[in-house]
Design a protein around this ligand. Structure first.
Ligand SMILES: Nc1nc2c(ncn2[C@@H]2O[C@H](COP(=O)(O)OP(=O)(O)OP(=O)(O)O)[C@@H](O)[C@H]2O)c(=O)[nH]1
Ligand SMILES: [Mg+2]
Length: 359
């Protein structure tokens, strides 16, 4: 994940830093921070030579002075150069392109570049500092776009358990996004944590969908409530709720049929399912490889209510930028990443880990 994005981003940041702080031959091989470090090393070493004869000592002091002065003048040349607005503008255009190519939303790319400009134009900073400012601005924007009110799934389950009520978690999403697979993964995870679960085969739209969930039910030894193909999805989930309540089961994981932007009827049906069954948690599953379309999907499904997001197929998306915009667009947190097709491939989402993976 982020493999290609990370590589391109680091290359372009390096390029921008070099372009806006051009160097002459004297400065080329040495950066501001390296100069400061070198100077202190020379000082320390020269001060330590106490056992030399007077001539060597004098020579040594003279060499120290010459090197120090040369270093100081080099630092001065570097720090007196001010960053030119046009040069920076052109260089940042390349950064913006890399962000856009990797599906970072245009508003976010623009915000990052504008902020970098505000920090750098007319300033005298070293190449090292330029790189640092660009990286920190990027990280800050990504962090802000991913932060929102968290969804405490375990807290909700525990609270309901204390009231002897099962928790209904319903999976929504576009066709083929990974709803059924990630529902099964969450069942595996919850069972592993000691919660009892039941599946509800709420995708009655396709006969194969009921069978697909049945296979997971048998493999994971999680019971499943199903009706016939073509029956009312809201009624299946309602039955699963009744079953869970009667049997003291902690969590109902309800599958639903995939929907498209076009299919107004299916969206209306989804709203009905939500109205009838009042799920505790609606999880929207979106595939990260869908690019910027996931923001639109997020908006469509928000009509039926979304509480949290699972980003599936994280393992096969080398870009990943679109993921950075979805939370901001619908103000709902990403709770898990789908990282493969096995039951164990569901990873809790961690903002700092994601940032560390990009830059
Ligand atoms: N690599 C990878 N594949 C995944 C992941 N999640 C799901 N898949 C695969 O994506 C395909 C579709 O997954 P499903 O779970 O059937 O998707 P769905 O949303 O239930 O599909 P519909 O019910 O047809 O709308 C399957 O081949 C899954 O194995 C993931 O995180 N990583
Ligand atoms: Mg499905």
């Amino acid at each position: 994940m982020f493999g290609r994005f990370k590589k391109k981003l680091n290359e372009v940041i390096q390029k921008v830093s070099e372009t806006v702080t051009p160097t002459d031959s004297r400065e080329k091989s040495i950066e501001h921070h390296e100069l400061v470090e070198s100077e202190s090393i020379i000082s320390e070493n020269c001060a330590d030579i106490r056992y030399l004869d007077k001539n060597t000592k004098d020579k040594n002091q003279k060499t120290k002075k010459t090197i120090s002065e040369k270093l100081k003048s080099a630092v001065k040349v570097v720090s007196e150069k001010k960053i030119d607005a046009d040069v920076l503008d052109n260089a940042l255009w390349e950064l913006e392109l890399v962000l856009l190519e990797n599906n970072v939303a245009s508003e976010m790319s623009e915000a990052i570049c504008t902020e970098i400009k505000m920090c750098l134009v007319g300033k005298s900073v070293s190449r090292f500092e330029v790189k640092n400012i660009i990286e920190e601005t990027f990280k800050k924007n990504v962090r802000e776009s991913l932060e929102c009110e968290p969804l405490d799934i375990y807290g909700i389950i525990e609270k309901n358990k204390a009231e002897k009520t099962p928790t209904l978690i319903m999976f929504l999403g576009f066709n083929g996004a990974g709803k059924t697979t990630n529902l099964a993964k969450l069942g595996y995870l919850l069972k592993d944590k000691g919660y009892s679960c039941v599946f509800a085969a709420g995708d009655t739209f396709r006969a194969a969908a009921i069978h697909q969930l049945e296979v997971h039910s048998e493999t994971l030894k999680i019971p499943m409530i199903k009706h016939d193909y073509g029956s009312d999805a809201a009624a299946v989930i309602f039955d699963a709720k009744k079953h869970a309540k009667a049997k003291g089961i902690d969590v109902i994981l309800a599958d639903t049929a995939g929907r498209t932007h076009m299919n107004k009827n299916l969206l209306e049906e989804l709203k009905k399912i939500v109205k009838v069954n009042r799920p505790d948690i609606n999880i929207l599953v979106v595939e990260s490889i869908a690019g910027n379309d996931i923001v639109e999907q997020g908006r469509v499904f928000s009509e039926a209510r979304v509480d949290g997001i699972i980003l599936s197929k994280w393992d096969v998306d080398p870009k990943g930028g679109a993921a950075l915009s979805l939370t901001k667009a619908i103000d709902k947190p990403i709770v898990f990443l789908g990282t493969g097709q096995d039951y164990k491939d569901l990873k809790e989402f961690n903002i700092e880990e994601v940032i560390d993976n990009i830059i």
